[in-house]
Unconditional design. Structure first.
Length: 183
């Protein structure tokens, strides 16, 4: 009887797990709509991170005092200087720039070692501070300096610190000419 009950529980858990789709993992807590076009920025670190397992970048957007939008990109390699992409083409100027919880903190875009491209909000889902997540010592992880949780960029899960929510994950795709992140 105990074996049958255990088998039933394992089967139910497995079916529940298999019923979860990638769409179920996408956060809807904050709106996110970001397009980045390759033609005006063919050498951007964003495209390299999208394709390279273990590579991640911070992506955030700001408007300067002249009214021009910039998309900044910072690599997790600890060596590459901050990339400044001025948004200037008509196509880019029409695109939405809603980068999750806070545009100034932005997104984390990259490629996991096992599951391909991934995009996360750069806001800690457990504190929602105005302070962005920062690279941990292991640069395939990020850390919240307020709650001291460390998150894996391979899974989005907490690898150090108190229990809580995983990183806020967004859809990501690249059609050969534009990268899209959103929910």
């Amino acid at each position: 009887m105990l074996k049958r009950h255990t088998l039933f529980i394992i089967t139910a858990l497995l079916m529940g797990f298999l019923a979860c789709t990638e769409e179920d993992l996408i956060s809807r807590r904050y709106p996110c709509r970001f397009y980045f076009y390759q033609e005006p920025h063919p050498t951007s670190l964003i495209f390299a991170a999208y394709r390279s397992p273990g590579a991640y970048v911070y992506v955030y957007s700001q408007i300067d005092n002249t009214g021009r939008r910039h998309v900044y990109v910072q690599s997790n390699d600890g060596k590459t200087p901050l990339e400044d992409n001025v948004i200037s083409t008509d196509l880019e100027l029409k695109a939405p720039y809603v980068l999750g919880a806070n545009n100034e903190m932005g997104l984390i875009v990259g490629c996991t070692n096992f599951n391909g491209p991934a995009a996360y909000d750069r806001t800690c889902p457990n504190c929602a501070t105005r302070q962005p997540l920062s690279w941990a010592t292991n640069r395939q992880q990020v850390r919240c300096n307020k709650c001291l949780r460390t998150y894996s960029l391979d899974t989005g899960g907490i690898v150090e610190g108190d229990d809580g929510d995983a990183l806020l994950r967004y859809n990501i795709s690249f059609d050969g000419s534009r990268l899209y992140v959103g929910n």
